[in-house]
Design a protein around this ligand. Structure first.
Ligand code: GAF
Length: 384
């Protein structure tokens, strides 16, 4: 996939050249899961996989969108003035939602022709939706000269997903796609979007981060995600806190004793310990103790499996098998209920660990996983 291919496809489709081509990446989250809508900490890195958007503005109030990956092959033609939130409306809701969110805030976006081209795996917990939203948001920001900073574009992308598509996600994925930089993980405080780029160069240390896409498709709209979010918000309210971010590790036991049931105790324990793990991982990266990050990844997985209850047999098998085969640590990444795991591994253990995971999936009768190394790439940008 190249920007020139995406531009040529645009030209054949619409009969005129695009103004430009923009790209926004998918992500893996190194640690800090479900902490974002609890106003806590996350540590994502951008994948080299991107959604590319070739875009040309229109002045007649029409929004035409086409995706090279959509099975229907259709070009959808919508009136920007009539866009209304439509939960469950399919992939068109992501670009349409970004146009709607910008216009709803008073930005003069009068229409566009858009062609999308993606190599971010979908339903794999790698943020294909946020990448799509960010590619479109960055393109519209440029072609309409809106002058919005990356953090504002990420917020518009999140609003598109929350209010237009109807998925109550936090801001992790959109901020990762908008603000990650090559060679770094993004330490983000999701309360005020304060951020720091943390150097993350595993190759120079003889290490690798493997992504294991279990091929179990997950959908954030399927209810489990919204249920966890509602449970966290209810627990914070019952503890008299603005958000679970405001509960410290020191006060955790007292808070747990005050909660009425095991489900809410599990949610709270995961969020408080996970925020602490994010900050411990950042401290280890800062002090060059990168191998010591491994056990914290595995602890995070156990917390999501046992306390937050968002893992699945394939994710557990990937994590357990990788660790038994010599990985330094592993965890599921993203929303859960399927999708991908990440594995921190010594370079010379990549082959045995990969073979062990493939073998375990075959023996269990699961679909073969897709595995690839994650090397932190750049965030959203104009390609041409
Ligand atoms: C999904 C959501 F979109 C994010 O906002 C975040 O909550 C993540 O799940 C879990 O950390 O990717």
């Amino acid at each position: 996939m190249t920007a020139n291919d995406t531009a040529s496809a645009f030209t054949s489709l619409y009969g005129h050249a695009p103004t430009g081509v923009w790209a926004a990446p998918g992500r893996v989250n190194l640690i800090g899961e479900h902490t974002d809508y609890n106003e806590g900490f996350v540590l994502p890195l951008a994948l080299p996989h991107t959604v590319e958007a070739a875009v040309r503005p229109r002045t007649d109030g029409r929004l035409r969108v086409h995706s090279g990956q959509a099975p229907d092959g259709l070009t959808h033609d919508l009136a920007v003035g009539e866009l209304t939130p439509r939960p469950g409306g399919g992939w068109v809701g992501y670009p349409a939602g970004v146009v709607w969110a910008l216009r709803d805030a008073g930005h003069p976006v009068d229409g566009a022709d858009i062609h999308l081209n993606s190599d971010v795996p979908t339903g794999a917990g790698l943020s294909s939706s946020a990448a799509l939203e960010c590619a479109v948001a960055f393109a519209l920001n440029d072609v309409y000269e809106l002058g919005l900073p990356a953090t504002a574009l990420a917020r518009f992308a999140q609003r598109a997903e929350n209010a237009f598509v109807g998925v109550p996600c936090g801001v992790l994925d959109q901020m990762a796609s908008a603000c990650c930089t090559e060679g770094h993980a993004l330490h983000l405080d999701t309360r005020d979007l304060a951020q720091r780029q943390v150097p993350f160069d595993l190759a120079s240390l003889g290490l690798r981060l493997l992504v294991v896409d279990t091929q179990v498709k997950h959908d954030l709209a399927d209810g489990g995600y919204a249920e966890r979010r509602a449970g966290c918000e209810a627990a914070a309210a019952s503890l008299g806190l603005p958000a679970l971010r405001d509960l410290s590790l020191d006060d955790l036991d007292t808070a747990l004793a005050a909660l009425p049931d095991a489900t809410s105790r599990g949610l709270v324990r995961h969020i408080v310990t996970e925020n602490d793990r994010v900050n411990r991982v950042v401290a280890l990266l800062d002090s060059g103790q990168v191998r010591d990050v491994g056990p914290l990844l595995t602890e995070s997985h156990a917390s999501m499996r046992d306390d937050f209850v968002i893992s699945c047999p394939e994710l557990d098998l990937a994590v357990d098998t990788a660790n038994a085969a010599g990985a330094l640590g592993a965890r599921m990444t993203g929303g859960g209920f399927g999708g991908s795991a990440i594995v921190l591994v010594e370079e010379d253990a990549v082959d045995p660990v990969s073979a062990a995971v493939h073998g375990a999936f075959a023996a269990a009768g699961h679909r073969p996983p897709r595995m690839f190394p994650a090397v932190p790439g750049p965030g959203a940008r104009r390609l041409r």
